[in-house]
Ligand binder design. Sequence first.
Ligand code: SF4
Length: 372
Amino acid sequence: MTPSGGPPPEPGWQRLGVSQEDWQHWPWQMRERVRDARALARFVEPTDDEVAAIERLADRFHFVITPYYASLMDPEDPDCPIRRQVVPRTAEQDDPVGVADPLDEVAHSPVKNVIRVYPDRIAFCVNNECALYCRYCLRKRMVGDEEWTMKKRELEVALDWIRETAEIRDVLLTGGDPLVFSDDRLGWLLAELRTIPHVEIIRLGTRLPVTLPFRVTDDLCRLLADHHPIWVNTHFNHPRELTPEAAHACDRLTRAGIPVGNQSVLLAGINDDAVTMKQLCEGLVKLRVRPYYCYQAQLLEGTAHFRVPIERGVDVFRELRGRTSGFAIPQYVLDTPYGKVPLSHPYLRGREGDDIVVEAFDGRLWREHNPL
Ligand code: SF4
C-alpha cells in the first residue's frame, strides 16, 4: 500500500520502458524532463485547460517536471495533488491581488540574491534553477529566469559581503535549488563558506529529496558531511510524495549526520485538511524528518486558487494538537516582509487575577495559579 492507501503503482521506469539504471541516474532525470503537453501525455492525459495553460503561461513561469515526479501523478484523477502542484491551469491568469515579490525580498537584498530580514541570518539564492517548477513558488519571479543566474563572480561578491558582515552566523543556501549544482560547484561554495569564521551553521533548502531523490547520492552526502554543521530543509506537501525513493534519500542524509526538516505550504485542495496533514506529518516523522514549518500561501501572482483562509489553516493545526506527537506538528506561519509570524489558535486565554486561563487541546479550560 502507498502512504495514501492506494495500490502501489507500477514503477515509473517500467511504465516508460527505460532502464532502472537510467531512471535512477539524476542527470538522466534532468535531461529527460517533461517540458510540454505531449511529454506530459506519457504520464497523464492533459485536460484542455492544462493544454491551454501550458501554451499561454510558458513565458510567464516555466513548466518543467522530472519524469520521477510526473510518474507519481494519478492518471485517473485530474485533481491529483501531485499534478496540481506542477501542471499549470488557466486559473493562474485569474488573480487580482497576487504580486511578484510579496515579501519585498529585492528590497531586503544588500547584494544580488542575498536576502536579509533578520540580523544574524540570510537566505542566499545561489542558483535560479530547480528540478521542476512548483506553480505556487514564492520565487516565481526569479526561478528559471536567466537574469537571476548567479555567475561565479557574483557568488564571490556575495561571499565577500558575508565575510565582511560579522553578525551572520546562519546561512541558508536556497534558490532555486542548491542541489541542482554539480558536486564540484557545491563543494567549492561550501568550502568558501567554511573559511568564514562567523558562519556557524549552513542550511540547504532543497526540494530534490521530493522531486528528484536520486540526486542524494553517497558522494553528495560525503561532501555535505565534510562541511558540518549542515542542516537540510526539504519540502514535502502531500503524503503521496513519501515514496520509498524519497525515504531512501532522507535516510542517506540523516545517516550522514544531517538533521532534515520539512517546510510545506498549505495549499487549497492539496493538503488543507487535518486528515491529509496528519498523514503527511506522521509519515515524515517515520522518515526521521521533522515537520518544521507549514507556510500560509503568499499573495503571490497567479496563485489565488491555492490560497486558504488563515482561519482554516489555524483549524487544521488545532485539530492535530493532542491527536498526534507534538513534534509531528509543524508551526503554521505567515511569512511577511518583517519576518515569520506564528499563526496558532489562542490557547493562552488570559489572566484572571492570580490565575492564568489556558485551553487544552479538547477545548477544556484550565486555571493555573500564577501570581505576578
Ligand atoms: S522547488 Fe522550491 S524554489 Fe523550486 S519552484 Fe518549487 S518551491 Fe520554488
